[in-house]
Design a protein around this ligand. Structure first.
Ligand SMILES: Nc1nc2c(ncn2[C@@H]2O[C@H](COP(=O)(O)OP(=O)(O)O)[C@@H](O)[C@H]2O)c(=O)[nH]1
Ligand SMILES: Nc1nc2c(ncn2[C@@H]2O[C@H](COP(=O)(O)OP(=O)(O)O)[C@@H](O)[C@H]2O)c(=O)[nH]1
Lengths: 275, 275
């Protein structure tokens, strides 16, 4: 089993923490000291693409996980075209696959295509920003796009509901397509219900933490401890982390890869061969 | 008594809410529907300056408050020169004063100069962004600069301490000057201690809310209610709101105005007359 997961969003939105939380592994050091250098702050900010791979175990199944991170995105004063290096990365991986496919020994084609892109939305409480919209429009037809509300413990329950509604309105108005798991008639009812329950929470309001904390009633949980209370990552009344994890690892991992292979890659290949 | 307070920071950092909280008055509608229009998202974003005035009462003293808001700052994809309209506003107000001063009847000079600028830092937990640094360097010698950590209920106590340290390191390294209340030898000890206690909390980790909420132990407080607990605005163990309020309204209002008149304005006037 393998999964290639791209992670995009402004600095400090908890991306590294969320990856570590999803896979229960310190894949990313949550560094605050690798301050990017901006000698000329008003020049367009360089965006780079970095890859981290690890073998992890999920339910006794070995998973080869690759996380594609895009530091620099949205960080500068001028973020014009900051989506370009990221779109190039998605395209390059399609190209590598296309090239490998055309070779004689197809059995050795390495699966490097991006299976999903988690896009982190700043929890402003208002609506999507121009950069959010521009980025999502650049990638939604190349990758399974899964927007998440970053650091959602910033928002009250009511604010989350309203924010989710406004985000989905923006997404609809802008013609942005999100990953939607296909539903098959021969799926059993339980599968269909589980699928709809997961997607009903989109965009997922997530919180990440690998800290083990003891609650006042004596349970040990992963969470963030504030003077006014403890938010529990794995508590579905506190955030949608569990739903996101189910989507990525338990319920829809195969759907993500199939959609990538059969729809997104095919569209890319078709439009490329037409040129 | 009058106070001209400028408020600057990215959208959705709780600026409107904080102003309403500081003065316990719905000065600003906390609107989420006035979505700015970005027909060409990649063009530099227009920054405008808006003024709201109100008469409020503080400890039986009437205060004429003017809040100068700067919508559009930091919101776009390209925020190059987004500080310019704001610096122009500060300069224009100095120019108006300069012009009024040179007229014969000086008794009628209206005090429109900006007495303080609250700059809202996004609670990333990392350090200052290029736009933060660029903006602060453009204004710190023209206005009393008071940086605050916006929506600080996003951060744990430990994260706040570390973030404050990194912010102050950035500020020191970049040569940015913050408002510091002058200390006089003939101040009584109590005044000196109060003054140092307030400034020791800078940059102030603030939270805003005008919602009245009942706590589990039956108190009615201003706060934000989460499933895991209630953050109380006026609780100094929860955030530095009280300290900021003391600075602006109780302890240092006169110092802010004197520094503006005797130092910042004088420097502006001197460099202007030299040209
Ligand atoms: N409030 C809140 N803070 C978080 C969350 N996840 C991470 N953080 C904190 O936010 C800061 C930045 O996190 P990091 O994972 O480095 O963000 P990145 O720059 O996007 O990779 C750190 O202080 C984290 O502890 C979250 O879900 N909620
Ligand atoms: N977590 C948190 N949310 C806040 C705080 N202050 C305001 N908000 C929420 O953040 C959203 C945007 O607030 P607003 O005052 O309109 O921000 P502005 O765009 O900077 O003026 C609203 O949903 C507010 O309820 C705060 O101190 N902490």
């Amino acid at each position: 089993f393998s999964l290639n997961l791209m992670v995009v969003g402004g600095r400090g939105l908890g991306k590294s923490t969320l990856i570590n939380t999803l896979f229960n592994k310190e894949l990313y050091p949550v560094e605050t000291f690798n301050k990017p250098d901006f000698p000329n702050p008003e020049d367009p900010t360089p965006v780079s693409v970095e890859t981290v791979s690890a073998d992890i175990e999920e339910n006794n199944v070995k998973l080869s996980l690759t996380v594609i991170d895009c530091p620099g995105f949205g960080e500068g004063i001028n973020n014009t075209d900051s989506w370009k290096p990221i779109v190039d990365e998605i395209n390059n991986r399609f190209d590598m696959y296309l090239e490998a496919e055309t070779k004689i020994n197809r059995a050795t084609v390495v699966e490097n295509r991006v299976h999903a892109c988690l896009y982190f939305i700043e929890p402003t409480g208002h609506s999507l920003k121009p950069l959010d919209i521009t980025f999502m429009k650049q990638v939604h037809e190349k990758v399974n796009l899964i927007p998440v509300i970053a650091k959602s413990d910033t928002l009250t329950e009511k604010e989350i509901q309203e924010f989710k509604q406004r985000i989905m309105d923006d997404i609809t108005n802008q013609g942005i397509k999100l990953f939607t798991p296909p539903e098959y008639d021969n799926d059993d009812e339980e599968t269909k219900v589980a699928s709809r329950e997961i997607m009903a929470k989109a965009p997922f309001a997530i919180v990440g933490s690998t800290n083990q904390i003891q609650t006042p009633d004596g349970r040990i949980v992963r969470g963030r401890s504030y003077p006014w209370g403890i938010i529990e990552i794995d508590n579905e009344d506190h955030c949608d982390f569990i739903k996101l994890r189910q989507l990525l690892i338990r319920n829809f991992m195969e759907e993500l890869k199939e959609t990538t292979a059969n729809v997104l890659y095919e569209n890319y290949r078709t439009s490329k061969l037409k040129k």
